[in-house]
Design a protein around this ligand. Structure first.
Ligand code: ARG
Length: 439
Protein backbone atom coordinates (compact mmCIF):
# COMPACT_ATOMS: atom_id res chain seq x y z
CA UNK A 1 0.00 0.00 0.00
CA UNK A 2 1.35 3.47 -0.79
CA UNK A 3 1.94 5.47 2.39
CA UNK A 4 0.49 8.58 0.76
CA UNK A 5 -2.88 6.93 0.25
CA UNK A 6 -5.28 8.04 2.92
CA UNK A 7 -6.54 5.21 5.02
CA UNK A 8 -8.85 6.04 7.88
CA UNK A 9 -9.62 2.65 9.30
CA UNK A 10 -7.95 -0.70 8.78
CA UNK A 11 -9.39 -4.13 9.56
CA UNK A 12 -6.53 -6.32 10.78
CA UNK A 13 -6.74 -10.12 10.92
CA UNK A 14 -5.66 -10.43 14.53
CA UNK A 15 -4.47 -13.53 16.38
CA UNK A 16 -3.27 -12.14 19.70
CA UNK A 17 0.32 -13.18 18.97
CA UNK A 18 3.29 -10.84 19.04
CA UNK A 19 3.36 -10.03 15.32
CA UNK A 20 -0.23 -8.91 14.92
CA UNK A 21 -0.10 -7.16 18.31
CA UNK A 22 2.83 -5.00 17.19
CA UNK A 23 0.98 -4.34 13.95
CA UNK A 24 -1.71 -2.40 15.78
CA UNK A 25 0.58 0.48 16.90
CA UNK A 26 2.60 0.15 13.68
CA UNK A 27 -0.47 0.59 11.44
CA UNK A 28 -1.70 3.51 13.53
CA UNK A 29 1.68 5.26 13.35
CA UNK A 30 2.38 4.53 9.71
CA UNK A 31 -1.04 5.30 8.25
CA UNK A 32 -2.50 7.51 10.98
CA UNK A 33 -5.51 5.24 10.87
CA UNK A 34 -7.73 3.44 13.32
CA UNK A 35 -7.38 -0.31 13.60
CA UNK A 36 -10.28 -2.73 13.95
CA UNK A 37 -8.99 -6.13 15.09
CA UNK A 38 -10.84 -9.13 13.65
CA UNK A 39 -10.29 -12.41 15.47
CA UNK A 40 -11.42 -15.61 13.74
CA UNK A 41 -12.33 -18.58 15.91
CA UNK A 42 -11.70 -21.54 13.60
CA UNK A 43 -11.33 -23.95 16.50
CA UNK A 44 -7.85 -23.07 17.75
CA UNK A 45 -7.52 -23.50 21.52
CA UNK A 46 -7.51 -19.88 22.66
CA UNK A 47 -8.85 -17.61 25.38
CA UNK A 48 -10.75 -15.25 23.12
CA UNK A 49 -11.71 -12.83 25.90
CA UNK A 50 -8.01 -12.39 26.64
CA UNK A 51 -7.24 -11.90 22.95
CA UNK A 52 -9.93 -9.25 22.68
CA UNK A 53 -8.67 -7.44 25.79
CA UNK A 54 -5.15 -7.52 24.39
CA UNK A 55 -6.22 -6.00 21.07
CA UNK A 56 -7.96 -3.12 22.82
CA UNK A 57 -5.06 -2.60 25.24
CA UNK A 58 -2.69 -2.47 22.28
CA UNK A 59 -4.62 0.33 20.64
CA UNK A 60 -7.36 -1.22 18.53
CA UNK A 61 -10.52 0.88 18.20
CA UNK A 62 -12.64 -2.24 18.26
CA UNK A 63 -12.16 -5.98 18.32
CA UNK A 64 -14.57 -8.47 16.79
CA UNK A 65 -14.34 -12.15 17.64
CA UNK A 66 -16.15 -14.20 15.02
CA UNK A 67 -17.07 -17.82 15.70
CA UNK A 68 -16.50 -19.58 12.38
CA UNK A 69 -16.24 -23.17 13.59
CA UNK A 70 -19.47 -24.56 12.13
CA UNK A 71 -19.10 -22.65 8.87
CA UNK A 72 -15.51 -23.85 8.61
CA UNK A 73 -16.53 -27.47 9.10
CA UNK A 74 -19.69 -27.47 6.97
CA UNK A 75 -18.73 -25.20 4.09
CA UNK A 76 -14.97 -25.69 3.78
CA UNK A 77 -13.65 -28.83 5.49
CA UNK A 78 -16.39 -31.26 4.55
CA UNK A 79 -16.67 -30.23 0.90
CA UNK A 80 -12.88 -30.47 0.59
CA UNK A 81 -12.96 -33.88 2.28
CA UNK A 82 -15.74 -35.02 -0.05
CA UNK A 83 -13.65 -33.84 -3.01
CA UNK A 84 -10.67 -35.83 -1.71
CA UNK A 85 -8.64 -32.61 -1.73
CA UNK A 86 -5.10 -33.24 -0.59
CA UNK A 87 -1.88 -31.49 -1.61
CA UNK A 88 1.07 -33.39 -3.06
CA UNK A 89 -0.47 -36.64 -1.91
CA UNK A 90 -0.28 -36.00 1.83
CA UNK A 91 -1.17 -32.55 3.18
CA UNK A 92 -4.83 -32.32 4.20
CA UNK A 93 -4.87 -28.52 3.76
CA UNK A 94 -5.94 -27.42 7.25
CA UNK A 95 -4.33 -23.98 6.97
CA UNK A 96 -5.11 -23.50 3.30
CA UNK A 97 -8.81 -24.14 3.90
CA UNK A 98 -9.06 -21.76 6.88
CA UNK A 99 -7.52 -18.71 5.19
CA UNK A 100 -10.25 -17.97 2.65
CA UNK A 101 -12.88 -18.18 5.41
CA UNK A 102 -10.92 -16.00 7.85
CA UNK A 103 -10.36 -13.46 5.07
CA UNK A 104 -14.07 -13.51 4.17
CA UNK A 105 -15.07 -12.85 7.80
CA UNK A 106 -12.49 -10.08 7.93
CA UNK A 107 -13.91 -8.46 4.79
CA UNK A 108 -17.41 -8.62 6.26
CA UNK A 109 -16.23 -6.98 9.50
CA UNK A 110 -14.29 -4.37 7.53
CA UNK A 111 -17.38 -3.40 5.56
CA UNK A 112 -19.53 -3.33 8.71
CA UNK A 113 -17.02 -1.03 10.43
CA UNK A 114 -16.56 1.26 7.45
CA UNK A 115 -12.92 0.31 6.97
CA UNK A 116 -11.09 1.28 3.81
CA UNK A 117 -8.27 -1.24 4.03
CA UNK A 118 -7.42 -4.78 5.13
CA UNK A 119 -4.23 -5.99 6.81
CA UNK A 120 -2.84 -9.40 7.75
CA UNK A 121 0.14 -10.72 9.67
CA UNK A 122 1.57 -13.08 7.04
CA UNK A 123 5.19 -12.86 5.98
CA UNK A 124 6.24 -12.26 2.40
CA UNK A 125 7.64 -15.78 2.01
CA UNK A 126 4.61 -17.95 2.56
CA UNK A 127 1.40 -19.15 0.96
CA UNK A 128 -0.89 -17.49 3.45
CA UNK A 129 -0.34 -13.94 2.17
CA UNK A 130 -1.56 -15.16 -1.23
CA UNK A 131 -4.63 -16.86 0.23
CA UNK A 132 -5.61 -13.78 2.23
CA UNK A 133 -5.05 -11.27 -0.50
CA UNK A 134 -6.63 -13.25 -3.32
CA UNK A 135 -9.73 -13.51 -1.12
CA UNK A 136 -9.64 -9.77 -0.36
CA UNK A 137 -9.42 -8.93 -4.05
CA UNK A 138 -12.19 -11.34 -4.93
CA UNK A 139 -14.65 -10.21 -2.26
CA UNK A 140 -13.76 -6.54 -1.80
CA UNK A 141 -11.62 -5.32 -4.69
CA UNK A 142 -12.01 -1.69 -3.65
CA UNK A 143 -10.44 -2.03 -0.22
CA UNK A 144 -6.73 -1.30 0.19
CA UNK A 145 -4.34 -4.02 1.34
CA UNK A 146 -1.52 -3.63 3.86
CA UNK A 147 0.96 -6.43 4.55
CA UNK A 148 3.18 -5.02 7.33
CA UNK A 149 5.71 -7.86 7.08
CA UNK A 150 6.46 -6.76 3.52
CA UNK A 151 6.73 -3.11 4.51
CA UNK A 152 8.27 -2.69 7.93
CA UNK A 153 11.93 -3.03 8.78
CA UNK A 154 11.42 -4.95 12.01
CA UNK A 155 13.52 -8.07 11.56
CA UNK A 156 13.42 -9.85 14.90
CA UNK A 157 11.31 -10.43 17.93
CA UNK A 158 13.48 -7.94 19.83
CA UNK A 159 12.87 -5.31 17.11
CA UNK A 160 9.13 -5.87 17.46
CA UNK A 161 9.08 -5.54 21.25
CA UNK A 162 11.32 -2.44 21.14
CA UNK A 163 9.04 -0.90 18.52
CA UNK A 164 5.96 -1.42 20.64
CA UNK A 165 7.64 0.02 23.72
CA UNK A 166 8.91 3.05 21.79
CA UNK A 167 5.29 3.69 20.87
CA UNK A 168 4.18 3.56 24.46
CA UNK A 169 2.49 0.16 24.17
CA UNK A 170 3.41 -2.58 26.57
CA UNK A 171 2.83 -5.97 25.06
CA UNK A 172 2.52 -8.96 27.30
CA UNK A 173 5.06 -11.22 25.68
CA UNK A 174 4.71 -14.95 25.95
CA UNK A 175 7.89 -17.04 25.84
CA UNK A 176 9.17 -17.41 22.33
CA UNK A 177 7.91 -20.49 20.58
CA UNK A 178 10.66 -22.29 18.71
CA UNK A 179 8.24 -23.17 15.89
CA UNK A 180 5.75 -21.45 13.62
CA UNK A 181 2.44 -23.07 14.48
CA UNK A 182 -0.98 -22.75 12.92
CA UNK A 183 -3.84 -24.52 14.58
CA UNK A 184 -7.56 -25.00 14.02
CA UNK A 185 -10.39 -27.49 14.17
CA UNK A 186 -8.89 -29.63 11.38
CA UNK A 187 -5.20 -29.64 12.13
CA UNK A 188 -2.02 -28.33 13.64
CA UNK A 189 0.77 -27.26 11.35
CA UNK A 190 4.31 -26.96 12.67
CA UNK A 191 7.15 -25.38 10.68
CA UNK A 192 10.49 -23.71 11.36
CA UNK A 193 13.05 -24.18 14.11
CA UNK A 194 14.84 -27.54 14.00
CA UNK A 195 12.33 -28.70 11.36
CA UNK A 196 14.06 -26.44 8.83
CA UNK A 197 16.57 -29.24 8.39
CA UNK A 198 14.46 -31.84 6.56
CA UNK A 199 16.84 -34.61 7.63
CA UNK A 200 15.97 -34.11 11.31
CA UNK A 201 13.02 -36.18 12.59
CA UNK A 202 10.33 -34.10 14.32
CA UNK A 203 10.86 -33.96 18.10
CA UNK A 204 8.01 -35.63 19.96
CA UNK A 205 7.15 -32.50 21.95
CA UNK A 206 5.88 -30.60 18.90
CA UNK A 207 2.78 -32.80 18.73
CA UNK A 208 -0.36 -31.90 20.64
CA UNK A 209 -3.36 -33.40 18.87
CA UNK A 210 -1.85 -36.87 18.59
CA UNK A 211 0.04 -39.19 20.90
CA UNK A 212 3.12 -41.01 19.63
CA UNK A 213 1.69 -43.99 17.69
CA UNK A 214 4.24 -46.23 19.41
CA UNK A 215 2.83 -45.17 22.79
CA UNK A 216 -0.82 -45.50 21.72
CA UNK A 217 -2.96 -48.27 23.25
CA UNK A 218 -2.32 -51.79 21.96
CA UNK A 219 -6.05 -52.37 22.00
CA UNK A 220 -7.71 -51.32 18.71
CA UNK A 221 -10.89 -49.24 18.75
CA UNK A 222 -13.67 -49.39 16.18
CA UNK A 223 -15.51 -46.22 15.17
CA UNK A 224 -18.47 -46.00 12.84
CA UNK A 225 -18.70 -43.02 10.50
CA UNK A 226 -21.91 -42.30 8.61
CA UNK A 227 -22.06 -40.21 5.46
CA UNK A 228 -24.84 -38.66 3.44
CA UNK A 229 -23.98 -37.70 -0.11
CA UNK A 230 -20.31 -37.78 0.72
CA UNK A 231 -20.58 -35.59 3.85
CA UNK A 232 -20.04 -37.00 7.36
CA UNK A 233 -23.20 -36.91 9.49
CA UNK A 234 -22.77 -39.23 12.46
CA UNK A 235 -20.15 -40.80 14.69
CA UNK A 236 -20.98 -44.18 16.24
CA UNK A 237 -24.61 -43.62 15.33
CA UNK A 238 -24.88 -40.21 17.01
CA UNK A 239 -25.84 -37.43 14.61
CA UNK A 240 -23.53 -34.49 15.26
CA UNK A 241 -22.96 -31.04 13.85
CA UNK A 242 -19.96 -30.94 11.51
CA UNK A 243 -17.72 -29.13 14.02
CA UNK A 244 -18.78 -31.36 16.92
CA UNK A 245 -18.16 -34.48 14.86
CA UNK A 246 -14.64 -33.32 14.03
CA UNK A 247 -13.92 -32.32 17.65
CA UNK A 248 -15.02 -35.68 19.03
CA UNK A 249 -13.24 -37.69 16.37
CA UNK A 250 -10.05 -35.64 16.90
CA UNK A 251 -10.01 -36.83 20.50
CA UNK A 252 -10.52 -40.48 19.62
CA UNK A 253 -8.18 -40.59 16.63
CA UNK A 254 -5.54 -38.47 18.37
CA UNK A 255 -5.46 -40.91 21.28
CA UNK A 256 -4.47 -43.63 18.76
CA UNK A 257 -1.72 -41.51 17.23
CA UNK A 258 -3.52 -41.11 13.89
CA UNK A 259 -2.96 -38.33 11.36
CA UNK A 260 0.68 -37.31 11.58
CA UNK A 261 2.38 -36.23 8.38
CA UNK A 262 5.95 -35.03 7.87
CA UNK A 263 6.61 -33.63 4.41
CA UNK A 264 8.66 -31.38 2.23
CA UNK A 265 6.13 -29.42 0.21
CA UNK A 266 6.24 -27.05 -2.76
CA UNK A 267 5.10 -23.60 -1.74
CA UNK A 268 3.18 -21.47 -4.17
CA UNK A 269 5.86 -18.77 -3.87
CA UNK A 270 8.59 -20.98 -5.25
CA UNK A 271 10.54 -22.61 -2.46
CA UNK A 272 10.31 -26.04 -0.87
CA UNK A 273 9.46 -26.03 2.82
CA UNK A 274 9.29 -28.68 5.49
CA UNK A 275 6.01 -29.06 7.34
CA UNK A 276 4.73 -31.37 10.02
CA UNK A 277 0.99 -31.80 10.40
CA UNK A 278 -1.48 -33.49 12.70
CA UNK A 279 -4.93 -34.10 11.20
CA UNK A 280 -6.47 -36.89 13.30
CA UNK A 281 -10.20 -36.71 12.48
CA UNK A 282 -9.52 -35.77 8.87
CA UNK A 283 -7.36 -38.83 8.36
CA UNK A 284 -10.04 -41.19 9.70
CA UNK A 285 -12.79 -39.47 7.69
CA UNK A 286 -10.72 -39.72 4.54
CA UNK A 287 -10.11 -43.44 5.03
CA UNK A 288 -13.82 -43.99 5.65
CA UNK A 289 -15.00 -41.94 2.71
CA UNK A 290 -12.63 -43.58 0.24
CA UNK A 291 -13.94 -46.90 1.38
CA UNK A 292 -17.57 -45.89 0.95
CA UNK A 293 -16.78 -44.54 -2.52
CA UNK A 294 -15.39 -47.94 -3.49
CA UNK A 295 -18.76 -49.43 -2.57
CA UNK A 296 -20.99 -46.84 -4.20
CA UNK A 297 -19.17 -45.34 -7.21
CA UNK A 298 -18.61 -47.14 -10.49
CA UNK A 299 -15.02 -47.39 -11.65
CA UNK A 300 -15.16 -44.63 -14.26
CA UNK A 301 -16.70 -42.08 -11.92
CA UNK A 302 -14.32 -42.97 -9.10
CA UNK A 303 -11.30 -42.77 -11.39
CA UNK A 304 -12.35 -39.39 -12.75
CA UNK A 305 -12.94 -38.15 -9.24
CA UNK A 306 -9.31 -38.96 -8.44
CA UNK A 307 -8.32 -36.44 -11.11
CA UNK A 308 -10.72 -33.87 -9.70
CA UNK A 309 -9.30 -34.45 -6.23
CA UNK A 310 -5.76 -33.59 -7.31
CA UNK A 311 -6.86 -30.39 -9.04
CA UNK A 312 -9.12 -29.44 -6.13
CA UNK A 313 -6.24 -29.89 -3.68
CA UNK A 314 -3.97 -27.71 -5.78
CA UNK A 315 -6.42 -24.88 -6.10
CA UNK A 316 -7.12 -24.88 -2.37
CA UNK A 317 -3.38 -24.80 -1.61
CA UNK A 318 -2.90 -22.05 -4.15
CA UNK A 319 -5.44 -19.67 -2.62
CA UNK A 320 -8.18 -20.10 -5.22
CA UNK A 321 -11.00 -21.30 -2.97
CA UNK A 322 -13.20 -18.39 -4.01
CA UNK A 323 -13.01 -19.28 -7.69
CA UNK A 324 -15.20 -20.47 -10.50
CA UNK A 325 -13.15 -23.65 -10.91
CA UNK A 326 -13.74 -24.64 -7.30
CA UNK A 327 -17.47 -24.11 -7.69
CA UNK A 328 -17.50 -26.13 -10.90
CA UNK A 329 -15.55 -29.00 -9.34
CA UNK A 330 -17.93 -28.95 -6.37
CA UNK A 331 -20.83 -29.25 -8.80
CA UNK A 332 -19.24 -32.38 -10.27
CA UNK A 333 -18.59 -33.89 -6.85
CA UNK A 334 -22.08 -33.05 -5.65
CA UNK A 335 -23.42 -35.00 -8.58
CA UNK A 336 -21.00 -37.93 -8.36
CA UNK A 337 -21.62 -38.23 -4.60
CA UNK A 338 -25.43 -38.33 -4.62
CA UNK A 339 -25.20 -42.00 -3.70
CA UNK A 340 -22.18 -41.88 -1.38
CA UNK A 341 -24.38 -42.51 1.63
CA UNK A 342 -23.79 -45.19 4.20
CA UNK A 343 -21.71 -46.25 7.17
CA UNK A 344 -18.11 -47.40 7.44
CA UNK A 345 -16.43 -49.08 10.42
CA UNK A 346 -12.86 -47.97 10.88
CA UNK A 347 -10.37 -49.75 13.08
CA UNK A 348 -8.02 -47.37 14.87
CA UNK A 349 -4.77 -48.76 16.19
CA UNK A 350 -1.30 -47.35 16.76
CA UNK A 351 -1.38 -44.66 14.09
CA UNK A 352 -3.41 -46.54 11.49
CA UNK A 353 -7.03 -46.08 10.46
CA UNK A 354 -8.24 -49.05 8.46
CA UNK A 355 -11.75 -49.46 7.08
CA UNK A 356 -12.95 -52.93 8.01
CA UNK A 357 -16.67 -52.90 7.21
CA UNK A 358 -19.05 -50.86 5.09
CA UNK A 359 -22.69 -50.72 4.03
CA UNK A 360 -24.85 -48.44 1.93
CA UNK A 361 -28.43 -48.38 0.61
CA UNK A 362 -26.80 -47.56 -2.74
CA UNK A 363 -24.18 -50.28 -2.69
CA UNK A 364 -23.11 -51.47 -6.14
CA UNK A 365 -21.66 -54.59 -4.59
CA UNK A 366 -23.82 -57.66 -5.19
CA UNK A 367 -22.93 -60.78 -3.35
CA UNK A 368 -24.92 -62.91 -5.80
CA UNK A 369 -22.68 -61.59 -8.61
CA UNK A 370 -19.38 -61.74 -6.78
CA UNK A 371 -19.75 -65.03 -4.95
CA UNK A 372 -17.36 -67.92 -5.48
CA UNK A 373 -20.27 -70.14 -4.63
CA UNK A 374 -23.06 -71.21 -6.94
CA UNK A 375 -24.99 -68.37 -8.52
CA UNK A 376 -27.90 -68.09 -10.89
CA UNK A 377 -27.32 -64.65 -12.39
CA UNK A 378 -23.90 -64.71 -14.03
CA UNK A 379 -23.26 -66.84 -17.10
CA UNK A 380 -19.56 -67.65 -17.13
CA UNK A 381 -19.70 -68.42 -20.86
CA UNK A 382 -20.23 -64.70 -21.49
CA UNK A 383 -16.69 -64.13 -20.32
CA UNK A 384 -15.09 -65.90 -23.30
CA UNK A 385 -16.46 -63.53 -25.96
CA UNK A 386 -15.81 -60.53 -23.78
CA UNK A 387 -12.17 -61.50 -23.35
CA UNK A 388 -11.72 -62.02 -27.14
CA UNK A 389 -12.89 -58.48 -27.85
CA UNK A 390 -11.17 -56.93 -24.82
CA UNK A 391 -7.87 -58.48 -25.82
CA UNK A 392 -8.29 -57.86 -29.54
CA UNK A 393 -6.17 -54.66 -29.69
CA UNK A 394 -3.34 -56.38 -27.82
CA UNK A 395 -3.56 -59.39 -30.07
CA UNK A 396 -3.60 -57.31 -33.26
CA UNK A 397 -0.55 -55.35 -32.16
CA UNK A 398 1.37 -58.46 -31.22
CA UNK A 399 0.61 -60.08 -34.56
CA UNK A 400 1.60 -56.98 -36.53
CA UNK A 401 4.88 -56.72 -34.66
CA UNK A 402 5.63 -60.38 -35.13
CA UNK A 403 5.17 -60.24 -38.92
CA UNK A 404 2.61 -62.09 -40.95
CA UNK A 405 0.95 -64.76 -38.93
CA UNK A 406 3.95 -66.59 -37.54
CA UNK A 407 2.00 -69.67 -38.16
CA UNK A 408 -0.48 -68.69 -35.50
CA UNK A 409 -4.14 -68.35 -35.90
CA UNK A 410 -6.75 -66.09 -34.41
CA UNK A 411 -9.20 -68.17 -32.45
CA UNK A 412 -12.14 -68.98 -34.60
CA UNK A 413 -10.51 -67.67 -37.82
CA UNK A 414 -9.92 -69.65 -41.00
CA UNK A 415 -6.69 -71.66 -41.14
CA UNK A 416 -3.87 -69.58 -42.63
CA UNK A 417 -2.15 -70.67 -45.81
CA UNK A 418 0.86 -72.59 -44.64
CA UNK A 419 3.60 -70.40 -46.09
CA UNK A 420 2.86 -66.71 -46.28
CA UNK A 421 -0.08 -66.40 -44.02
CA UNK A 422 -1.40 -63.89 -46.55
CA UNK A 423 -4.53 -65.93 -47.04
CA UNK A 424 -5.40 -66.02 -43.37
CA UNK A 425 -7.00 -63.31 -41.27
CA UNK A 426 -4.47 -60.72 -42.60
CA UNK A 427 -5.07 -61.47 -46.28
CA UNK A 428 -4.86 -58.38 -48.45
CA UNK A 429 -3.41 -56.23 -45.65
CA UNK A 430 -0.36 -54.12 -46.16
CA UNK A 431 2.26 -54.76 -43.54
CA UNK A 432 3.77 -51.94 -41.60
CA UNK A 433 6.90 -50.92 -43.55
CA UNK A 434 5.36 -52.01 -46.84
CA UNK A 435 3.08 -49.02 -47.14
CA UNK A 436 3.67 -46.70 -50.09
CA UNK A 437 6.44 -44.28 -49.24
CA UNK A 438 7.91 -46.54 -46.62
CA UNK A 439 9.66 -48.61 -49.17
N1 ARG B 1 2.57 -24.92 4.79
C1 ARG B 1 1.19 -24.96 5.16
C2 ARG B 1 0.35 -24.24 4.15
O1 ARG B 1 0.88 -23.48 3.39
C3 ARG B 1 0.96 -24.44 6.55
C4 ARG B 1 1.23 -23.00 6.77
C5 ARG B 1 1.11 -22.67 8.21
N2 ARG B 1 1.09 -21.28 8.42
C6 ARG B 1 1.74 -20.69 9.43
N3 ARG B 1 1.57 -19.41 9.57
N4 ARG B 1 2.54 -21.34 10.22
O2 ARG B 1 -0.83 -24.39 4.11
Amino acid sequence: MQADQTIRRIALAYSGGLDTSVMIPWLRAKYGSEVVAVVADVGQPEDFDAVQAKALATGATACEVVDLKEEFAADYLFPALRAGAIYEGRYMLGTALARPLIAKAQVEAALAHGCDALAHGCTGKGNDQVRFEVTYRTLAPDLGIVAPWREWDLRSREDEIAYAEAHGISISVTPEKPFSIDENLWHRSIEGGVLENPAVPPPEEIFQMTVDPAAAPDEPELVEISFERGLPTALDGAVLSPAALIEQLNQIAGSHGIGRVDIVESRLVGMKSRGVYETPAGTVLRAALRDLEALTLDHATAAFKEQVAIRYGELVYQGLWHSSLREALDAFIESSHRTVTGTVSVRLCKGSALAVGRCSPFTLYREDLATFGKDGVYDQEDAAGFIRLWGLPSEVRARVQAGPMHGRVMPGAAEPAAESGRDGPWAGRTRVGEAAGAR
